[in-house]
Design a protein around this ligand. Structure first.
Ligand code: BGC
Length: 429
């Protein structure tokens, strides 16, 4: 076997976050959140106003929901019934990356990117009546400064996107121009929101006490409903951009990961938590442990497959890794599974610390407030060990108050939330 068990032990130790550390992280997050609300530059949380309040269910009509936050761009026609119900009428999605093209690198221009996005809408409306206007809600899942509810300026790309000419620009303005170029001027982008905000809006249809919205997928982030109008800002949903939180102690393995990322030194929490980076970290550690000449390309899906195999021999799980790293020797797959498990559990515990920090802030103006924290995303939905460790972490930090925060999976919030936002803005609610 190629694995040095001392190195393995060192790695597993490095990935531990005990209860005391978790409490410190949650307290630091609350501190940054409250400093960020005051606009303090030393906060690592952007605390971005969404200009959105919770919907009341009266939203009605047919809207286009555009969900752009990863390599899959989805558009959907959604009918809201004005009683808190909805129906998906049609969907269309396209991937920004294929064997023959890649629309996420610096070689792509803003115009090329948004033309591609507009194409998904052209496909969606191919057989629809084009004599009427369509109102579009855009879930754009990158840190953006809201100018008004209908437009926002991209602050920086995350998730390794690097398209040229979008940072600093108004995203819905770029989209509208692309729609015009495609002859789709009758499609009016009337709202733009972050995916966490969309998730919270969508959750509001099911849970009256939804207070936190989170995405736990390729990227990760949270928003919450701020009830106090203060420091010159209105009450409303605030996007933390919690992926940028940096009061953490990254291990030397996290530093190696950071060194080869697009945003050096930034998105510290996201790089320890989200799916895009879990696989990356696992690749780094696998290379190290197996002494491989090159870093393999392992993903969170590979980790998940490995973790689903709880047998002693891990034959199935090892098979899933084979295409990337070749045949494993007896015993190696079980050790790699330990590493995948430690990376995953650390991720879930850190996410719990974020929720706890937000909950502490909410308790400061609503003591004893019971709330739902709505979460969407493949990591939360599918990765073994995530859900139970997130819940356990919440209790470790919050103690009895842990019972007040109920994590709940709300699927496809990004699209429904976009339709709700479009309705709210179009109706001037
Ligand atoms: C982005 C956030 C987004 C999250 C989840 C992060 O990389 O910065 O805006 O909410 O990914 O998609």
């Amino acid at each position: 076997m190629r694995i040095d068990t001392n190195l393995l032990k060192e790695i597993l130790d490095d990935l531990q976050v005990d209860a005391d550390e978790l409490k410190e992280i949650a307290a630091a997050l609350r501190w940054d959140l409250e400093q960020g609300l005051k606009g303090a530059e030393y906060s690592s949380l952007k605390m971005l106003d969404s200009f959105m309040n919770m919907p009341d269910g009266r939203e009605q009509g047919k809207y286009i929901a555009l969900d752009f936050g990863g390599t899959n761009v989805r558009s959907e026609l959604i009918a809201l019934d004005g009683k808190g119900g909805y129906e998906s009428l049609k969907r269309c999605s396209r991937c920004l990356v294929s064997d023959s093209y890649n629309y996420v690198t610096a070689k792509t221009t803003a115009q090329e990117l948004f033309d591609f996005v507009a194409d998904t809408i052209a496909q969606l409306l191919a057989d629809e009546d084009k004599s009427e206007n369509y109102y579009l809600g855009h879930t754009f899942s990158f840190p953006s400064r809201q100018i008004y509810a209908s437009d926002a300026e991209l602050i920086a790309w995350t998730k390794e996107f690097a398209v040229t000419g979008v940072v600093g620009q108004r995203v819905n303005t770029l989209l509208s121009a692309a729609l015009e170029r495609k002859g789709l001027g009758f499609v009016k982008p009337v709202a733009i929101i972050n995916d966490t905000v969309a998730e919270l809006l969508a959750a509001g249809y099911q849970y009256e006490d939804a207070m936190i919205g989170a995405i736990y997928a390729t990227g990760s982030n949270c928003c919450y409903m701020e009830k106090v109008a203060d420091f010159g800002r209105p009450a409303g949903i605030i996007n933390l951009e919690s992926g940028g939180f940096n009061k953490l102690a990254p291990s030397k393995w996290d530093v190696i990961l950071d060194d080869s990322s697009e945003l050096l030194g930034q998105q510290r929490l996201e790089k320890m938590v989200s799916g895009r980076y879990l696989g990356e970290l696992f690749s780094i550690l696998t290379q190290k442990l197996l002494n491989l000449p090159e870093r393999p390309h392992l993903t969170a899906v590979n980790m998940s497959e490995l973790l689903q195999d709880s047998s002693a021999t891990v034959l199935q799980g090892a098979k899933a890794l084979q295409p990337q790293i070749g045949t494993l020797m007896p015993g190696e797959a079980a050790y790699l599974r330990d590493v995948a498990k430690a990376i995953t559990i650390r991720s879930a515990r850190l996410m719990a610390a974020v929720f706890a920090g937000i909950a502490w802030h909410i308790f400061s103006f609503q003591p004893g407030k019971a709330m739902h924290a709505a979460i969407d995303g493949s990591v939360y939905e599918l990765m073994p060990y995530v859900q139970e460790n997130l819940s356990r972490g919440l209790y470790e930090v919050l103690g009895e108050e842990g019972a007040l925060v109920t994590p709940v999976f709300v699927k496809s919030g990004s699209s429904l939330g976009a339709a709700i936002a479009a309705a709210v803005c179009h109706n001037g609610q």
